[in-house]
Design a protein around this ligand. Structure first.
Ligand code: XMP
Length: 512
């Protein structure tokens, strides 16, 4: 996956999300199947998203003609702006004018797109990311905003309700962008904005019923918000065709499996099987250093366990997982172009092809905070909703180098102390995710009158909105000192603690 491809997928999903935040239901349809999407969805407005291609290049994507024949309002963003110009009789040039990052756009003309947000003559920050640009506008278009590097930064054909912007209104670096998108769907397309998570829930339930029919589903439950929401949603859809399975792979946190089972059984009457498969996983991981191999091994064994459990239940047709959109984006590999898999999240890339069950992934289109909103809609208690994300492969990703039972024990204790300190300081909810990592490095220390030679523990805490980007949490030094002291005093095997001050990008949240 090239950087441009990842960026394009990310911003496309962000557009859909911003529109939903404005109370209007939106779905992403790939350009190849847009005609079919038109039939199926009967849209009220169209947004043409950014993309990694180049409009002047032969064979590059185009919007299907139905978009312009439909009489619907259209907003083209970045690549969408360029293909719109090309398709409606303007022209686009490649190269020379690459522009990335912050820019300042001057508002040149009033427009319903800017109504209540920007006035003529003002300058506003927008986010640019493009290599090509429109050089000649199609008939009927006029410039409504310009910047020194993008004279056609925002253009409109008000009569046909066509809008085309060079910048990205969907990213937070265009601070007023969400309001512009809201203007497009409300003021321009005239949509009410009464879509809610409750409506999404109903749609998701209908989709599950349609997919599953009277088949049997097993759902991997980890106790995290994603799998809990997936399980509840599926349960609402198909009732006792669903059985949940909690697989303890030996890579969970201190006492976590027992706590999750107790918590779930206290609130729900959904059949839940608790499988202790820790020996199987830990034996297979013994001595494995490579992060991708770890994930793949764990993914494969999960399926083995799920299949074995499904057989015990007399067979299952579907395996349900709480896969989210960021897992999907970060795991996609394109063929043809340069291809890099950032990480194959186990619940996407790690699944073996031979699996007999089909997948049900009702959260595939959502970001974490949307899943939390859906969970609230389903009445999931806050103690589930507020839980920090925890990756499927668990502590294996937090033990760089070989995973051993001894190291996992050390890591579990350090992690529990760290989280305990975070809760005591009242910081748990201010942090997106916090955890300890046990480094495969031993360093010299002195304790009492003896020299020690033990492991280094790294502490990580980040803030984030959706896990796609993150900043390290700015703890007070006294807090870090207190957590480090407790870890070193209470955990045998650690004599040094460090704090990770890397944001994402360039780092990732997990260490592997
Ligand atoms: P990264 O480390 O990619 O993490 O910045 C983003 C979010 O995803 C979680 N994560 C995973 N979740 N399987 C999962 O189920 C995985 O293999 C995996 N890797 C990372 C991570 O904890 C963070 O919330």
């Amino acid at each position: 996956l090239t950087g441009a491809e990842i960026f394009a997928m990310y911003v496309t999903q962000l557009i859909a999300r911003r529109v939903r935040e404005a109370g209007v239901y939106s779905e992403i349809v790939p350009f190849q199947s847009a005609e079919e999407g038109f039939e199926r969805l009967k849209p009220k407005a169209v947004i043409l998203s950014g993309g990694p291609g180049s409009v002047p290049e032969e064979g590059s994507p185009r919007a299907p003609e139905i978009v312009f024949q439909s009489g619907l309002p259209v907003l083209g963003i970045c690549y969408g702006q360029q293909t719109m110009a090309a398709q409606l009789g303007g022209s686009v040039e490649s190269g020379h004018h690459r522009e990335f990052g912050r820019a300042f756009m001057t508002v040149d003309a009033p427009s319903p797109l800017f109504e209540g947000v920007w006035s003529v003559g003002e300058q506003h920050q927008v986010w640019m990311s493009h290599g090509d640009r429109v050089t000649q506008l199609p008939d009927g278009f006029e410039v409504i905003g310009s910047s020194p590097n993008a004279p056609l930064a925002a253009t409109a054909d008000e009569a046909r309700r066509y809008y085309a912007v060079q910048f990205h209104p969907e990213v937070v670096h265009t601070p007023d962008g969400a309001k512009l998108l809201s203007n497009f769907v409300h003021k321009i397309a005239g949509l009410k904005g009464d879509w809610t998570m409750a409506a999404y829930k109903d749609q998701a339930i209908a989709a599950i019923r349609q997919q599953v029919g009277d088949g049997k589903v097993i759902c991997g439950l980890s106790g995290g918000v994603d799998s809990s929401v997936a399980a509840l949603l599926i349960h609402e859809a198909i009732g006792d065709q669903l059985t949940c399975i909690l697989v303890d792979h030996g890579l969970m946190r201190l006492n976590e499996a027992a706590q999750v089972v107790a918590m779930f059984r206290e609130h729900y009457n959904i059949p839940l099987v608790h499988v202790d498969a820790s020996d199987t996983f830990l034996d297979a991981l013994e001595g494995e250093n490579d992060p991708e191999t770890k994930r793949k091994t764990i993914g494969r064994l999960f399926i083995d366990v799920f299949e074995a459990e499904a057989n015990k239940l007399g067979g299952a047709d579907f395996l349900a997982q709480g896969t989210l959109y960021p897992d999907v984006i970060e795991s996609v590999s394109f063929t043809g172009g340069p291809s890099v898999t950032i990480k194959s999240h186990h619940n996407v890339g790690g699944l073996p092809e031979r699996m007999n069950m089909k997948l049900v992934e009702p959260l595939r289109e959502l970001f974490k905070d949307e899943v939390r909103a859906l969970g609230r809609e389903l009445g999931l208690p806050e103690q589930f909703i507020g839980r920090h994300p925890f990756p499927g492969p668990g502590l294996a990703l937090r033990c760089p180098g070989g995973v051993t039972r001894d190291k996992l024990d050390i890591l579990r204790q350090a992690d529990a102390i760290y989280l305990d300190e975070i809760r005591k300081a009242g910081l748990y909810d201010a942090i997106w995710q916090a955890f300890a990592v046990l480094l495969p490095v031993q360093t010299v220390g002195v304790m009492g009158d003896g020299r020690t030679y033990e492991f280094v523990c790294a502490l990580r805490a980040v803030t984030s909105v959706d896990g796609m980007t993150a900043d390290f949490y700015h703890f007070d030094m006294a807090f870090l000192g207190q957590a480090a002291t407790r870890i070193i005093n209470e955990v045998r095997g650690i004599n040094r603690v460090v704090y990770d001050v890397t944001s994402k990008p360039p780092g990732t949240i997990e260490w592997e």
